[in-house]
Design a protein around this ligand. Structure first.
Ligand code: SAH
Ligand code: SF4
Ligand code: F3S
Length: 446
């Protein structure tokens, strides 16, 4: 056994990608805290730099390589720093990263997080460390250390599952995160309580496919039951969750929208495409018609529900007509926002074996622009629709741009900026919207 790391060590974590990585980075900080590490915002001041990486699209991976270049330069210029790559690129590339970068000390995948202390100790002792083993699902050691949240923090993520058992043909996540396992509901509720005790009022349950929570664990709650359990925790004011998959969106979750006022009226439900042939070849296991049915049921249960989604354009073989189906779906559902991406071929994914031709980059780009332009119109129409109305805003803190202006979100996730001060943080206040922009609004307290 090596000595515990001395008290003054500082860790800088550069986080890429999705909420799972953000959460993992918080857990890494919490775990390294028990070994005397403090977090720093300045890589130049760090004894340990970790890149928690994303490989969902080629661009994400490129971003990490350029950031890594910068940190390696600091090391070359004499900073005594241990550098590690964690997360999805680490899992995907493994040893190849150590081979490619001779000054890299540590590579570990998402399943390395529970024993990150050991990995970091070895790396700081001068070993080159590689850990891309997946852990046993039956006994998956979900991290129970809870990060200390600062006294202004309004919301926090709580993971409810790891991995993903779906096999969407475009997606690298099942390779990088492994198979799905659900965390016990009692552990989830305990973490929610620990966060609420620190003053957090908004909880976001996270996983790659939250609707399938518990289905494979005998005796465990379903996702809907979990929502009720979290809603029962005193002090929780708002519950969100991400990401859900339309395939497993059941009637019991729809019912929760009738029963649970704490459940946010904002839902992110990725559809990917509006065309049935494309959906089938993506292996999404629902049709356009079923997706629309789900939307209608949800809006029936919760009339003020707003929805956002993810789209992929230019999936192999996508024709102009098939893309049109995505455009019409956008309008039919009236998504108030969406993330949209050009299809990016990922190593080892089933879509690589499809016979259909790749959509030329300029064609995919033109489709993406059309989709995003129409989305912008829908988004700003929705935002402007709030002008003159009074909305309840849960205050988060200073607005990013203007001094003396604070910001917060409505239950429907509209960001509203208005004059105020930090005494309002974590409180819900009525605000009259004076002006709507594309994604945010301006207002004044009433
Ligand atoms: N688990 C979530 C999404 C995870 S990835 C779900 O099932 O919806 C986030 C988004 O990235 C996806 O919804 C998809 O729109 C996009 N994405 C994933 N793989 C991609 C690829 N190969 N090319 C382009 N976009 C991709
Ligand atoms: Fe990827 Fe599909 Fe799993 Fe989402 S559900 S993480 S898109 S395989
Ligand atoms: Fe990226 Fe991994 Fe999340 S690939 S989107 S960080 S699960």
């Amino acid at each position: 056994m090596s000595e515990p790391i001395s008290a003054e060590k500082k860790v800088f974590i550069h986080t890429f990608g999705c909420q799972m990585n953000e959460y993992d980075s918080a857990k890494i900080r919490a775990k390294l805290g028990t070994d005397g590490f403090t977090a720093t915002q300045d890589p130049g001041d760090a004894d340990l730099i970790l890149l928690n990486t994303c490989s969902i699209r080629d661009k994400a991976e490129q971003k990490m390589h350029s950031a890594l270049g910068e940190y390696r330069r600091m090391k070359k210029n004499g900073q005594p720093v241990t550098i590690g790559i964690a997360g999805c690129v680490a899992q995907q590339e493994g040893d190849a990263l150590l081979k490619r970068y001779s000054d890299l000390d540590l590579v570990f995948g998402p399943d390395g997080v529970p024993h990150v202390n050991q990995l970091v100790r070895e790396a700081m002792d001068g070993k080159r460390v590689l850990d891309t083993e997946f852990l046993d699902l039956e006994t998956y050691p979900f991290v129970t250390e809870v990060e200390t949240v600062d006294d202004q923090q309004v919301g926090a993520f709580v993971t409810i599952q790891k991995g993903c058992d779906n096999k969407c043909t475009f997606c690298i996540v099942p390779t990088t995160r492994g198979a799905e396992a659900s965390r016990s509901s009692s552990q989830i509720v305990d973490e929610v309580k620990a966060l609420v005790d620190q003053g957090v009022v908004e909880i976001t349950l996270i996983g790659q496919n939250v609707n399938s929570y518990g289905l494979k664990t005998p005796g465990e709650k379903t996702f809907a039951e979990l929502l009720y359990a979290v809603s029962d925790v005193e002090g929780v004011e708002r519950i969100r969750y991400t990401t859900s998959h339309p395939r497993d969106m059941g009637d019991d979750v729809v019912q929760a929208y009738r029963d649970l006022p704490k459940l946010s009226s904002y839902l992110h439900l990725p559809v990917q495409s509006g065309n049935n042939r494309i959906l089938r070849r993506m292996k999404r296991y629902y049709k356009r018609e079923r997706f629309l049915e789900i939307c209608a049921a949800l809006k029936d249960a919760r009339p003020d529900l707003v929805m956002t989604t993810d789209f992929i354009v230019g999936f192999p073989g996508e024709t102009e007509e098939q893309f049109e189906d995505t455009m019409t779906l956008l309008d039919e559902v009236g998504f108030i926002g969406s993330y949209s991406f050009k299809y990016s071929p990922r190593p080892g994914t089933p879509a690589l074996r499809l016979k259909d031709p790749l959509v030329p980059n300029d064609v995919a780009g033109a489709r993406l622009t059309r989709l995003q332009n129409r989305q912008r119109e829908l988004s700003s129409a929705w935002t402007r629709g709030h002008e003159g109305k009074v909305v309840d805003v849960l205050v988060e803190g200073w607005s990013r741009h203007d001094p003396g202006v604070i910001c917060g979100r409505t239950d429907t996730n509209l960001m509203v900026n208005f004059p105020g001060d930090l005494s309002l943080v974590r409180k819900t206040v009525p605000v009259r919207v004076t002006r709507g922009f594309t994604h945010t609004a301006r207002g004044e307290r009433v």
